[in-house]
Ligand binder design. Structure first.
Ligand code: NAP
Length: 242
């Protein structure tokens, strides 16, 4: 089951799993046409589409239960859905500041935590949880501090649950991408600062969603048990942490 699979990185992850012969549940919030079109074009059959606003805990529970019913259980949960809202501290009102923090943490962190609580109840030994975090958790997000905090929280969530779920044979891994070419970044990349963004990496480019999907597939594989608790940097050497 992949959250936020209607577009971008989630769509690439769904495509990669289906290409391996897996049955996939595609989650979306408000893109039924995109989600259905993806389901129709994925190789193999038995794929399903579910809808939920991840900021709503009741919707998350119904969504995960529906996914488990469609698949007959859940082997892999990929917490990929996320939002990025600009709210520079000196530019926004106190009300706008509240709203940005509430929405961002509600989707990116609480949504992932709640989906995980629900999904592990449908998982047996060998279950896999993969979280899509961000380079921003380490490097900082000056214009979107709630985003950076939500992803830092997601990293800590993943590390905590890697320990908590190991006795049940379930692993938790995290990927932390830098800029990836998706709807989330399109506007930034077209703007004059697009060249500066590409120059952040010594490779002179940003990532394609398929490069993130490849790492998610590894963390979801049977061979990845010993990688539980890890955070894989996928940023083209644009930000090296010790
Ligand atoms: P995207 O193209 O903007 O797609 C976002 C996905 O999340 C969509 O499927 C969207 O569903 C879903 N979503 C948004 N708000 C939601 C909500 N309230 N409830 C449920 N689903 C919701 O994003 P992306 O660039 O592929 O990013 C995917 C993940 O990678 C995010 O967690 C993001 O933070 C992370 N990431 C991205 C980059 C990057 O440069 N793109 C870098 C680092 C990390 P709808 O289609 O229905 O709206």
């Amino acid at each position: 089951m992949i959250t936020g699979a209607s577009r971008g990185i989630g769509r690439a992850i769904a495509t990669a799993f289906a290409a391996e012969g897996d049955r996939v549940v595609i989650h979306h919030r408000s893109s039924p046409e995109l989600a259905e079109a993806l389901r129709a074009e994925l190789p193999g059959d038995g794929h399903a589409v579910v809808q939920a606003d991840l900021a709503d805990p009741d919707e998350v529970r119904l969504m995960v239960d529906a996914a488990a019913e469609a698949l007959g259980g859940i082997d892999v949960l990929v917490n990929n859905a996320g939002i990025f809202l600009a709210h520079p501290i000196m530019d926004v009102s106190y009300e706008e500041w509240q709203a940005a923090w509430h929405q961002t943490l509600g989707v990116n962190l609480l949504g992932a935590a709640n989906a995980t609580w629900c999904a592990v109840r449908h998982m047996g030994r060998g279950g896999r949880i993969v979280n899509v975090s961000s380079r921003g958790a380490f490097r900082g997000e000056p214009d979107s501090p709630a985003y950076g905090a939500s992803k830092a929280g997601m990293n800590a969530l993943g590390q905590s649950l890697a320990i908590a779920l190991a006795p049940r044979g379930i692993t938790v891994g995290t990927v932390a991408p830098g800029f990836v070419e998706t709807d989330m970044t399109n506007e930034h990349l077209k703007a004059p600062r697009g060249d500066a963004i590409r120059a952040q990496s010594p490779f002179g480019r940003i990532a394609m969603p398929e490069e993130i999907a490849a790492a998610v597939l590894y963390l979801a594989s049977p061979e990845a048990e010993w990688a539980s608790g890890t955070i894989i940097d996928l940023n083209g050497a644009s930000y090296l942490r010790s």
